[in-house]
Design a binder for this molecule. Structure first.
Ligand code: RAM
Length: 869
């Protein structure tokens, strides 16, 4: 979308929206050659950028002696890697763009943008890890501390940066103002390998005289419970790392860093844990501790802690943010001092309650996704995750009851211990997520389908909390690989998640075994499986998905060595092209098991083929040829072993067909026959999918791409068991972990594994975006978009929109009898290829007749394509 200020540049061509590493004016980055990108605003009828000049300078004057690098792009590409002199820690650069459109008009220089390097070398850090050891410490209920340091400045700060990290969670305040809005900073990495830090510009928060840095720490993933593996997986208590660097007006430099001069206080956080919840005793918040002034009693020494060994790296994803605030749908009295809150939506997050109670009163907030038959919270499926917050009132007025360092998966909450009731106006639910701003949307004429799509969006919000996880409620919440592979395409379409996936791919490579196998979860913890088909393959399949979204090849280059090692593992783990699929198979399928060898062999072929494509793209032709041979071997083995000459599977399952067709393993001559058999197995099941994690991810696309689009649409609109529509019709507001999570006949499924917010089965969204509404990238990064509307029976209109690096891409189609109207929004500097249905006649573009071609190409702007069918 062109913003108002961008539009002010009028009819001239202009470069707008300058970004570095996909962020606006970032500080504290550690990319040695940052990627600079921009959007173009063109003068109609210019279609594209013909060239762009880039200037980088040490100050925004861009005087000759300040310029350190001039670059040029010939052609329409709107990104380039900085290629000037190497950058040192803290270096700040300003940059601007001048572009020439394909009509030969040259723009003025854009407004200048900037970036700043973080601390690139371990020796830049003088700060030490500090923490507090509670003398009365006992298991997980140990208090997380407050840490404080006061210091004086005798002059105005002209520049000040705070570099902040923690083992655990941190919220750092400068003179009472919290920095950033990441709720779970600095995120979960394997702290033995890398630890993220964040950088903040704090110049405006400092003052002449006394200043105070105050930090709240939480246990987070570092010291808190992880899954069912217990607490203290990385260390016993949280620790803080802060380095505040201030430049004063007279040129002096002041550094205030975490060291033993800081003071600690037990604080109000009696206990905190991601899974268990948080207990706050508000009476224990030392008054005024975030402000300058006299410290009361109770402050104790801090201790220097040895770090766990990981390298400090700049955090590049936006972190966990408040994604939405919801008002309760209802609050009902459930007994004396007890109310039941229904949000009407299953979320990952927490409640924020405004209430007043006498000092010392404790209220308890419990959370659950669903209610049992008696209308009480159903918590059996949370396993050991207590998801319980308590708050003890300070007394004397209204207080905000809100946990800081925990998150719950819930739609219902029970608040007990109140002296009265609760009004809806006192309660807000805050959903947290790493999904970033929404950049994609979808809707169509079928309300059930819209409900399913909403369930996917909420499923993704809850699944992406700090990293791509399986689920946000029970004692699991791990970086499960297959789950990420399944939902990444929809997540990349719907949310600004590319940086998150890029970062998690590094976590995945960190976790790679010496054999080259990827573990089942990353960061690797507790779960000891590895190399499992459909799980480990995420290491190969995810980088191209991210590349397809961003058009930035570096994700392929960076993962390449790790991918290559995984391929070497696969090669060593197969015999004659056949590979055993390992532990999980088509997880949670309802049909008879798809053979593990079929699955292993199919993924072997698919990963090998995908990797070969990446290798070729990067010019690694030797690797490509070798791995292509492996793919061919696996494909032949698959055909010999699992397929008949007629294209049927020896043992028929929906997933077997879906994988064979999706991965191109069926000989062309019998492909349609195989697809027809797939359709037949679905019809035999009464028009239902019986597929698990793996089959479900590809089956709808396979049907649509092999002549069974109508059947795919019927499956999406299906509302009897098992189906997405069945879930939605029975009150689901997120995607369930299993088709049979709840049925009228059997009630809840095995509580040992029954999450009601599990994004992996949400892959239907990808089909809605690309196969139904028909919006997909035509080339990686959306320099061209592919519009392919495919109206099935019963759906009269659909629309999808996506914000790429170029701007907003949108498709909307409507059918009226034989008339199909397709509206397309194409951002500047890009094209759309509109593929009209095969039986189209009388093609008109913006009212003008076009020869009836299958594909119509349109450039920047809004277009209406009409066809008769
Ligand atoms: C479950 C997880 C995840 C799945 C694995 C195999 O416990 O929730 O979704 O990938 O098992």
């Amino acid at each position: 979308m062109i913003t108002a200020s961008e539009a002010r540049s009028g009819t001239e061509p202009a470069a707008v929206g300058l970004r570095v590493e996909r962020r606006t004016d970032p500080i504290g980055i550690d990319e040695p050659r940052p990627r600079l990108s921009w959007r173009v605003h063109l003068e109609k009828p210019a279609i594209r950028q013909a060239a762009a000049a880039v200037q980088v300078a040490t100050d925004p004057s861009f005087r000759r002696d300040a310029i350190t690098w001039s670059g040029a792009v010939i052609g329409p590409e709107t990104a380039t890697a900085y290629d000037g002199p190497s950058l040192a820690s803290r270096d700040q650069r300003f940059w601007r763009i001048q572009l020439t459109d394909d009509r030969g008009r040259t723009s003025r220089w854009s407004e200048s943008a900037s970036w700043e390097m973080g601390l690139l070398d371990p020796s830049d850090w003088v700060a030490r890890w500090i923490g507090w050891i509670d003398p009365a410490r006992a298991s997980w209920s140990a208090r997380s501390p407050l840490l404080r340091r006061a210091f004086r400045l005798d002059q105005t700060a002209v520049r000040a940066r705070a570099y902040v990290s923690a083992l655990g969670f941190v919220e750092l305040h400068v003179n009472g103002t919290p920095l950033g809005d990441d709720r779970m900073a600095p995120g979960w990495t394997d702290y033995r390998q890398r630890i993220q830090y964040q950088s903040f510009d704090v110049a405006n928060l400092l003052r002449i005289g006394e200043n105070v840095l105050g930090a709240r720490l939480g246990r987070g993933w570092f010291a808190g419970e992880i899954a069912a593996f217990g607490a203290e997986q990385y260390g016993d208590v949280p620790a803080l790392l802060v380095q505040l660097e201030v430049a004063l007006a007279d040129g002096r430099r002041v550094v205030v860093a975490s060291d033993p001069s800081w003071r600690a206080h037990p604080g109000p956080l009696v206990s905190d844990d991601l899974l268990m919840g948080e207990s706050i005793d508000a009476r224990d918040e030392p008054s005024g501790w975030l402000e300058p002034g006299d410290l009361g009693g109770g402050w104790q020494p801090t201790v220097v802690r040895a770090g766990p060994g990981g390298r400090l790296v700049a955090q590049r994803d936006p972190g966990v943010r408040i994604a939405a605030e919801l008002e309760p749908r209802s609050i009902t009295a459930a007994g004396p001092g007890r109310v039941l809150i229904d949000l009407g939506q299953n979320i990952a997050g927490h409640l924020r309650v405004r209430a007043s109670e006498p000092a010392g009163t404790t209220i308890t907030v419990r959370h659950a996704e669903v209610l049992d038959d008696a209308g009480e919270l159903y918590v059996a499926n949370l396993r050991s995750a207590r998801q319980t917050d308590t708050y003890t009132f300070r007394g004397g007025g209204e207080e905000i009851v809100e946990p800081r360092f925990t998150s719950h998966g819930f739609r219902y909450a029970e608040v007990s211990g109140l002296s009265g009731g609760l009004e809806p106006s006192q309660v807000t639910a805050r959903a947290v997520s790493s999904m970033g701003p929404e950049i994609g949307s979808f809707a169509c004429s079928d309300e059930l389908v819209n409900a399913i799509h909403r369930n996917v969006v909420w499923g993704l919000r809850g699944g992406l909390v700090g990293l791509p996880t399986d689920c946000p409620q029970r004692d699991e919440r791990l970086g499960w690989t297959a789950d990420a592979a399944a939902f990444a395409p929809s997540a990349l379409f719907l949310g600004d998640t590319a940086a998150l996936f890029e970062r998690w791919l590094v976590d995945l490579a960190d976790a790679q075994l010496p054999s080259g196998a990827y573990p089942d979860v990353a960061p690797q913890i507790g779960v000891t499986g590895s190399g499992n088909a459909g799980w480990a393959d995420v290491g190969i399949l995810l980088p191209p998905m991210v590349y397809r979204e961003t058009g930035d090849r570096r994700v392929l280059e960076r993962q390449y060595e790790s991918m290559r090692r995984f391929l070497a593992f696969l090669e060593a783990d197969q015999v004659g092209g056949v590979r055993h699929g390992g532990r999980y198979g088509d997880w949670l399928a309802l049909e008879g098991a798809t053979s593990l060898e079929l699955i292993g062999t199919a993924y072997l072929a698919h990963s090998a083929r995908t990797f070969a494509g990446v290798a070729r793209l990067l010019g690694r032709t030797g690797d490509a040829a070798r791995v292509d041979r492996l793919a061919t071997r696996a494909t032949s083995a698959f055909r010999r072993r699992f397929l008949t000459a007629a294209g049927s599977l020896v043992h028929e399952t929906q997933t077997g067909y879906a994988l064979a067709l999706a991965f191109g393993l069926v000989p062309r001559a019998v492909r349609q026959a195989a697809a027809d058999r797939l359709a037949a197995t679905i019809e035999t099941a009464g028009g239902h999918l019986l597929t698990g994690f793996l089959g479900t991810t590809v089956v709808l696309d396979v049907l649509s791409d092999h002549g069974h689009h109508e059947l795919a649409a019927r499956l999406v609109r299906q509302d009897t068991y098992p189906s997405w529509g069945f879930q939605a019709r029975h009150g689901a507001t997120t995607i369930w972990e299993r088709w049979d999570g709840w049925t009228p006949e059997h009630g809840f499924a095995d509580p040992g594994m029954n999450s009601f917010n599990h994004a992996a089965f949400g892959t239907v969204a990808g089909w809605l975006h690309e196969r139904l509404a028909g919006l997909a990238p035509g080339t990686p990064g959306y320099a061209t978009m592919l519009v392919r509307p495919r109206p099935p029976a019963g759906i009269d209109w659909a629309r999808a929109a996506h914000e790429s690096a170029h701007g907003r891409h949108a498709v909307e189609w409507r059918v009226d009898g034989r008339h199909l109207e397709i509206s397309v929004d194409v951002p500047p500097n890009t094209f759309a290829q509109v593929a009209v249905p095969d039986d189209s006649r009388n093609v008109r573009v913006d009212g003008r007749r076009r020869p009836a071609a299958r594909r119509v190409v349109v450039g920047w702007g809004h277009h209406v394509v009409e066809v008769e069918r």
